[in-house]
Design a protein around this ligand. Structure first.
Ligand code: UD1
Ligand code: CA
Length: 464
């Protein structure tokens, strides 16, 4: 049975990005732009994907998921026709090959499906997707004959003024039958201003062999928008973020101001969750239902349950169970896990720690490398001293413990069940279950000190 295969051309340098990073790896809405093309291909039901790589290929091959993508190398960038030629032999003659570029992140699966269907309906051996642009400069122009049938494509650089006046352009997206197109590619000559092997030249060759060649005019120009510089990158970013926000709102997420809400493409958010302005949600984050997130929160690769409130806080690779309240101004670093109903308040930093169900860290604390049990209260200003300059050590605080304000816990150290630490203590040894651990000098009061100057002087001498 014949197969549908996508070939994504991504060997070019992308000079105008002015970057050390290959163009197609620049991210749009959190994904390398070429992965948006891959996504659209898969949405269209095509699962065999060949990527032609050249410039920065090591970086490409290591940064992209290798699963489901076959890489082929184009050693020298001799043109788009030469690029497709690198996939010769990988497809059976009656397979359908869809050819795409790696720099069109706004592409949708539905558009590719239309292209594929049209290609098969017309019985064409080659079909090009076109659109009309008010500003067609830079694109290859579609030349049609007097009957409106496809004739050829002329590149901007090779175009006479009357051709430049044509506003129908080549999107750079095509379908071909493999056998005929790879034969035609062998006959292309680099006889043009750029001295390149132009893929579009395969189309008139197919025509001349008596094959049907079709051009599908696509109304929505957004799909084929290609990125050449960082201004276009920013535009694509805006479009994809708007699409993502619309999708989430359609699924039941409230956004007070979608324009100031930035959510990566692969983020999932449950219904009745409200996202308040100036919030950024990145990576593979999953957020449950009925949460309030923001204003001003930044969440990366985290998992958040239902009914969570997260105000003006930053979360990195953390897990937050149902009904937690976080912030304002909390910082949860990688490896943090908050179990159900935990409260983390203002100016609290937590790193690589588990905070048990119902426990509270309400203000001004640092908790690192700690295991905190259930229903523990951690007083304001508590610090787990987890680092001696060389190694990190663990602090364990058992269920129902009460850590007094301004306690220093010198790790490794364990605070037992229902144990208490006195405010201001520096705890260096285990506090057993139910015990009070207190470490501070007994207070001394000097009567009348404020009014007696002489004695004050004596006192200060004593201190010296
Ligand atoms: C190409 C088309 C043009 C079309 C436009 C749409 C040709 C000759 N022209 O022009 O008609 O309007 O796309 O965007 O095809 N690539 C390689 N190897 C190469 C050259 C290019 O892999 O040797 C890749 C690039 O990485 C890029 C794609 O092919 O992803 C298109 O190449 P580019 O140089 O951008 O072609 P355009 O001049 O834009
Ligand atoms: Ca281009």
């Amino acid at each position: 049975m014949s197969e549908n295969i996508a070939v994504i051309l991504a060997a070019g340098k992308g000079v105008r990005m002015k970057s050390e990073v290959p163009k197609v790896l620049h991210k749009v809405a959190g994904l390398p732009m070429v992965m948006h093309v891959v996504r659209a291909v898969r949405e269209a039901g095509i699962h065999r994907i060949i990527m032609v790589v050249g410039h920065g290929r090591e970086q490409l091959v290591t940064s992209l998921p290798s699963e489901g993508i076959e890489f082929v190398v184009q050693e020298q960038q001799l043109g788009t026709g030469h690029a497709l030629m690198q996939a010769d032999g990988l497809a059976a003659p009656d397979d359908t090959v869809m050819v795409l570029c790696g720099d069109t992140p706004l592409l949708r699966g539905s558009t590719l499906q239309k292209l594929l269907e049209y290609h098969h309906q017309t019985g064409a051996m080659g079909t090009v997707l076109t659109t009309r642009l008010p500003e067609p400069t830079g694109y290859g122009r579609i030349v049609r004959d007097e009957n409106g049938r496809f004739d050829r494509i002329v590149e901007e650089k090779d175009a006479a003024p009357e051709i430049k006046a044509i506003d129908e352009i080549n999107s750079g997206m095509y379908c071909f039958q493999a056998g005929p197109v790879f034969d035609a590619l062998k006959r292309i000559r680099p006889e043009n201003v750029q001295g390149e092997y132009y893929l579009p030249d395969a189309l008139p060759i197919l025509c001349s062999q008596g094959f049907i060649v079709a051009a599908l005019l696509h109304e929505d120009e957004e799909d084929i928008y290609g990125i050449n510089d960082r201004i276009q990158l920013a535009h694509a970013e805006q479009v994809l973020r708007r699409r993502k926000n619309h999708q989430l709102m359609a699924e039941g997420v409230t956004m007070m101001d979608p324009g100031s809400t930035f959510i990566d493409f692969e983020v999932f958010i449950g219904s009745d969750t409200r996202i308040l302005p100036f919030t950024i949600i990145e990576g593979s984050t999953v957020i449950g239902e009925n949460c309030t997130i923001g204003p001003g929160s930044h969440i990366v690769d985290s998992i958040i349950g239902n009914n969570v409130v997260l105000e003006s806080s930053k979360l990195l690779e953390s897990k937050v169970d149902d009904a937690c309240t976080i912030g304002p101004f909390a910082y949860l670093r990688p490896g943090t896990e908050l179990q159900t109903g935990v409260k983390v308040g203002d100016f609290v930093e937590i790193k690589k720690s588990v905070i048990g169900e119902g426990s509270k860290v309400p203000h001004l604390s640092y908790v690192g490398d700690a295991r905190v049990g259930r229903h523990v209260n951690i007083g304001a200003g508590t610090i787990t001293c987890n680092y001696d300059g060389k190694n990190k050590y663990e602090t364990v605080i058992d269920d129902h413990a009460f850590i007094g304000s301004n306690t220093n816990l010198i790790a490794p150290v364990k605070i037992g069940k229902r144990a208490v630490t006195g405010a201001g203590s520096t705890i260096t040894r285990q506090v057993p279950d139910e015990a009070l651990g207190v470490e501070r000098a007994r207070q001394k009061n000097i009567d009348g000190w404020a009014s007696k100057g002489q004695e004050r002087e004596a006192e200060s001498k004593l201190r010296r």
